[in-house]
Write a new protein. Structure first.
Length: 140
């Protein structure tokens, strides 16, 4: 169920202090014989709760997931500044770019907004409990 703790501590950049339980990710495991199959992955922003659903090959790496999100939203900051993270103790630890997606379908994201610079709502789904200002509601 993941690399030993001694290997996790060596991951760069440093872990991000956790403020809540993640509970949002599935176990990692390679999927044999499904390299061409497309799977839906949900990215959920750790800070603002914004969600983005993207389709990637089952054989995708973590970097491929970030690249697909950046392409969908036309937001290069998702690749440049964003990180997909997992809960390790009381911290959030970034996945390595080359790590395979495996069977994970729900991932936590930090470091860049999950919206398009052109349209802050394009492609993203916000939780139903989100509150909007009057201007935001009228712009929908």
């Amino acid at each position: 169920a993941g690399p030993p703790a001694s290997k996790l501590a060596a991951v760069d950049p440093p872990a991000i202090k956790a403020e809540e339980q993640a509970g949002d990710e599935d176990e990692a495991a390679p999927l044999a014989g499904v390299a061409d199959q497309q799977v839906e992955v949900r990215l959920k922003h750790k800070v603002d709760g914004a969600e983005l659903f993207i389709m990637v090959p089952a054989s995708a790496t973590i970097r491929n997931v970030r690249e697909a999100a950046a392409e969908k939203l036309q937001n290069p900051a998702i690749v440049k500044d964003g990180r997909i993270v997992r809960k390790v103790g009381e911290y959030f630890q970034p996945y390595k770019d080359e790590e395979l997606l495996g069977t994970r379908r729900r991932l936590l994201f930090v470091g860049a907004p999950l919206w398009s610079p052109m349209d802050q709502t394009a492609g993203a789904r916000t939780p139903s409990s989100a509150t909007l200002s009057a201007d935001q509601a009228l712009s929908m």
